[in-house]
Write a protein that binds this ligand. Structure first.
Ligand code: XMP
Length: 516
């Protein structure tokens, strides 16, 4: 069954992806397009509703993003959020002005009209406001639907045209019943059927994979992370033995990680895995290398070579591969205006470990339409163990970028032991799943200590733990002192080569999550 679709036009809001996720939580499929999408591009998606996102600009500012006015004549229901509401008003000849007081934070929203948009909601609710401009005069045919003390026209609509605007942000968790407002728009106003779920997606994706691949063969590189594992499990369910999974041990994995990945694939997922242990090849090439970007390049480049070699070997045995499977997710695909700019630049260097563009395979990317939370839900349906689905992110270059100074096998082993203690203690304290990332860093600094009667001169180890939602910004975690003490004691007692432990209390920005 084809799903009903709602489009979010992105005007540069940090919340555009959140809007799309809320729509999907209402079981309606949603895609994001840049505000500059043409009417033809919008119509190609056959949307049953269009949401205009917020954005940082002022509608009157020079170069402010606008939408083609034709969009308002399509007869497709429209909801403008914040800047989106101001755009509607501007386009349809209402008035937008700078507010006397910039409104930022929670405000009680009084609902003035028992409209479908607010069906099932209390008559007053807390709404999240964040705006400098607001609509001061409605366009012809519009009526007020809700107000706050500072913003009389906090929600307005034209039922004939099915065009609505709200000044507050229903997509953020602070707004009470915000998800319900979005659900009301897509289900009651646009009339979308609630058909989008991971159950329906799984069936559809399996069908599509079978159609795309036919009798062909697929190769998939897996890392033990969420995305590649879910992609592999889904493809395996669709085409079974036509899929070959390859897992490369690059020598900079955590303690026991390679064995664990092999075990999960074999015993729990029952997916055959070609395990390539290239630890010594990587470590030979990395030996003595200190420069972070050089480490990344060596690891990325060597991975490609090893993967290609394994692919060739498997092809010689069982015939050619036609497709390469990848666990690309929707946020990587969106041509969003809000992810351009500095954050995109920061991200690009993280993709060094990817596969080469000139590989002669067609791509199978069954997660291209999904957000991370949907991937996890799908993974649970595919019986992927909870621990793997919710494990903290781990960078492609692994421990190499947590080992400052020259890489040696011996120093890696020291870091591996210290890191295992951090993981174990954080896990035991029940904090593992509420922390974005937690790990040990081995510094090249040596400090003096005493152990028993002996003077020591060993390395300093740093502990890092951060809260984050997207790795773009992060806060250091206020770990309990007892836990920090326990981690420090254990590392110093159990790991030869470390005699001092410090805790990193830098947030991002100005710091980064990793130390390199
Ligand atoms: P930073 O250190 O830039 O990290 O704050 C942000 C997020 O990206 C991860 N990271 C990487 N991931 N290859 C990866 O696959 C890399 O080279 C890389 N460097 C950083 C980091 O763990 C954090 O989640």
């Amino acid at each position: 069954m084809k799903h009903d679709t709602v489009i979010v036009l992105d005007f540069g809001a940090q919340y555009s992806q959140l809007i799309a996720r809320r729509v999907r939580e209402s079981k309606v499929y949603c895609e994001i397009l840049p505000y500059s999408a043409t009417v033809a591009q919008i119509l190609e998606k056959n949307p049953k509703g269009i949401i205009l996102s917020g954005g940082p600009a002022s509608v009157y500012a020079k170069g402010a993003p606008h939408v083609s006015e034709e969009v308002f004549e399509l007869g497709i229901p429209i909801l403008g959020i914040c800047y989106g509401m101001q755009l509607i008003s501007h386009a349809l000849k209402g008035k937008v002005q700078k507010a006397a007081k910039r409104e930022f934070g929670l405000a009680p929203l009084k609902i003035k009209d028992k409209h479908n948009l607010f069906a099932g909601l209390p008559s007053t609710l807390q709404a999240w406001m964040s705006h400098g401009d607001h609509v001061t005069k409605l366009a012809a045919g519009f009526k007020v639907l809700a107000s706050t003390a500072n913003c009389h026209l906090a929600a307005a609509g034209n039922d004939q045209k099915k065009i609505y605007g709200i000044q507050f942000h229903p997509e953020v968790v602070h707004t009470q019943k915000g998800t319900k407002i979005i659900e009301n728009f897509v289900r009651k106003v646009c009339g979308c059927r609630p058909s989008w779920s991971m159950d329906s997606y799984e069936k559809l994706a399996i069908e599509q994979i079978r159609q795309q691949v036919g009798k062909g063969r697929v190769i998939c590189g897996v890392s033990g992370g969420v995305d590649s594992t879910v992609a592999a499990a889904l493809i395996h369910r669709a085409i079974g033995k036509q899929l070959s999974c390859v897992f490369v041990n690059n020598g900079v994995l955590r303690k026991g990680e390679a064995e664990q990945v092999v075990k999960i694939f074999k015993n729990q997922l029952h997916i055959p895995l070609h395990y390539v242990n290239s630890e010594s090849l990587f470590l030979n090439l990395l030996d003595g290398v200190s420069e972070p970007e050089k480490k990344r390049k060596i690891i990325g480049g060597t991975f490609i070579r090893v993967f290609e070699q394994k692919a060739k070997e498997l092809q010689r045995k069982d015939g050619p591969f036609d497709f390469l499977a990848q666990g690309t997710l929707y946020p990587d695909v969106i041509e969003s205006v809000s992810v351009k700019g500095p954050s995109a630049v920061i991200k690009s260097h993280h993709n060094v470990g990817g596969l080469p563009k000139d590989m002669k395979f067609k791509l199978v990317e069954p997660l291209r339409e999904l957000f991370k939370d949907e991937v996890r839900e799908l993974g649970a349906r595919l019986r992927i163990p909870h621990d793997l689905l919710w494990r903290q992110p781990f960078p492609g270059p692994g421990l190499a970028v947590r080992l400052l100074g020259p890489i040696t096998k011996q120093r890696l082993d020291i870091l591996r032991e210290a890191d295992a203690i951090v993981q174990e203690e954080i896990y035991k304290a029940g904090l593992y799943y509420s922390i974005w990332q937690s790990f040990a860093v081995l510094t090249p600094i040596k400090s003096v200590g005493v152990m028993g009667d002996e003077r020591t001169y060993e390395n300093v180890c740093a502990i890092r733990a951060v809260h984050s939602t997207d790795a773009m910004t992060a806060d250091w975690v206020k770990l309990p002192y007892e836990l920090l003490g326990q981690i420090s004691n254990r590392i110093i007692n159990e790991v030869r080569g470390i005699n001092r432990v410090v805790y990193d209390i830098t947030s991002k920005p100005p710091g980064t999550i990793e130390w390199e």
